[in-house]
Design a binder for this molecule. Structure first.
Ligand code: FES
Length: 345
């Protein structure tokens, strides 16, 4: 009987397997490429300084991998891993590392277990699940990188605005304060959530909400943020256009929307939808930039070579719209924003 022992050179604890190689070949029909990656796994090791990290396992068999990635200018420039698992886990993770290195993040995240299996020249049906480990490790490490990168950029951004006199985070907290002070505001809808920062502010107060946005990309980041802050169980993200919501009439106690109206060419369609989905004794809270806030945002973006398009709606018009619709309206001036609160009853 031929016994085959393989020990990971640099990481002895991660893998050791003893088996009859002939039986292995006869019974499992692995391709030469698979066996090459199994016997000579590429890119094994770990990165002491990594931009993204993941530890993922397969609960059905107990195997797991750790993955470290390095990212520069949106490209994965290194992918290291350790495996505690079967030959399938080793070969497929090795192939995942080869496919990932040199790819743009947005392309690497689209890699699937089918890509791995195809590149390896196929693997037996009963080992197909092993190919998920490398892919899950890659996706989770990318997600970890994106969360960290997004958090860093967000912190930089709010600090720039704060120094210019616009404290976005504080405005958001004040808006949430206002909503949770209302009696019966338990069932909350957040419209145009973007990367989910208003939803996070709501969830941090121990409240649940449904948050919608038409952009799948924004929602991807929003979900990552919610997972990062361990608030994902409190927020349900849905891809939906605020101008045409799928919710039945009177579904929510509070409908809330921050810094979104100024992006719209026809805000009245969203306002009508807000009114429709709000309970008969519920409230609608809309916050957006006032003249000072607009000026600061425009200055910051201009310094970065960008434009900030304001479509010319002012809150007096929005207020008038809610008055005509029969709600009781309060308009508050904050340092850089308007807060408009409309009550149906
Ligand atoms: Fe668990 Fe292969 S048997 S990953």
């Amino acid at each position: 009987m031929i016994s085959y022992i393989w020990l990971q050179k640099s990481t002895p604890f991660y893998y050791s397997e003893i088996f009859d190689m002939q039986t292995f070949r006869n019974n499992f029909f692995f391709s030469e490429k698979f066996l090459d990656h199994f016997c000579n796994p590429r890119n094994v090791g770990e990165l002491s300084v990594a931009d993204g990290y993941a530890r993922v396992g397969d609960p059905s068999c107990g195997d797991f991998i750790e993955v470290w990635i390095k990212v520069r200018d949106d490209f994965i420039i290194d992918y290291k891993y350790k495996v505690f698992g079967c030959g399938g886990a080793i070969a497929t993770t090795s192939m995942a590392s080869e496919l990932a290195i040199g790819k743009r993040l947005k392309d690497a995240i689209k890699l699937t277990d089918d890509d791995i299996i195809r590149e390896l020249g196929g693997i037996p049906e009963n080992k197909a699940h092993c190919s998920l480990l490398g892919i899950n490790g890659l996706r989770t490490a990318i997600a970890d990188y994106l969360i960290r990168d997004n958090h860093r950029k967000y912190q930089e951004r709010i600090e720039i605005y704060r120094r210019a006199g616009y404290d976005i985070a504080k405005h958001r907290e004040q808006l949430v304060d206002f909503v949770i002070d209302q009696p019966n505001a338990a069932n909350i809808l957040d419209i145009g959530t973007g990367k989910g920062h208003l939803a996070l502010a709501i969830a941090r107060r121990g409240l649940n909400c449904i948050s919608i946005d038409p952009s799948a990309e924004e929602l991807y980041y929003a979900r990552l943020n919610a997972i990062h802050y361990q608030l994902d169980e409190r927020i349900e993200f849905k891809q939906m256009d605020g101008r045409q919501m799928e919710f039945p009439d009177q579904s929510f106690d509070a409908v809330i929307c921050a810094d979104m109206i100024h992006h719209l060419s026809q805000p009245d369609t969203v306002l009508a939808e807000m009114l429709r989905v709000c309970n008969s004794n519920g409230i609608i809270a809309v916050a957006d930039l006032n003249a000072k806030g607009q000026k600061i945002v425009a200055q910051v973006l201009k310094a970065e070579g960008k434009n900030h398009s304001i479509l010319g709606w002012d809150f007096k018009q929005i207020q008038q719209w809610f008055v005509v619709a029969g709600t009781k309206v309060q308009l508050q001036q904050k340092p850089c924003e308007y807060f408009l609160i409309a009550k149906k009853a």
